[in-house]
Design a protein around this ligand. Structure first.
Ligand SMILES: [Zn+2]
Length: 63
């Protein structure tokens, strides 16, 4: 029996690109957690008073 490999990727909430690394952040006043790619983080972070960092999500976990 061959095992089906599942690719664990998430799409960026802003640009909808799937990425191996996403950042869990809050950028809106509603306080909703979203996942953004590094490129989008650079765009939303500067001057954002609602910005809060909640961790890094990686598709490939190393142990
Ligand atoms: Zn993005």
């Amino acid at each position: 029996m061959a095992k089906i490999k599942r690719v664990r990727t998430k799409p960026c909430t802003r640009c909808e690109e799937t990425c191996d690394v996403l950042y869990r952040v809050r950028i809106d006043e509603d306080g909703r957690w979203i996942f953004v790619c590094p490129a989008c983080l650079e765009k939303v972070k500067p001057g954002n008073s609602h910005y809060q960092y909640g961790g890094t999500w990686k598709s490939k976990k190393r142990h």
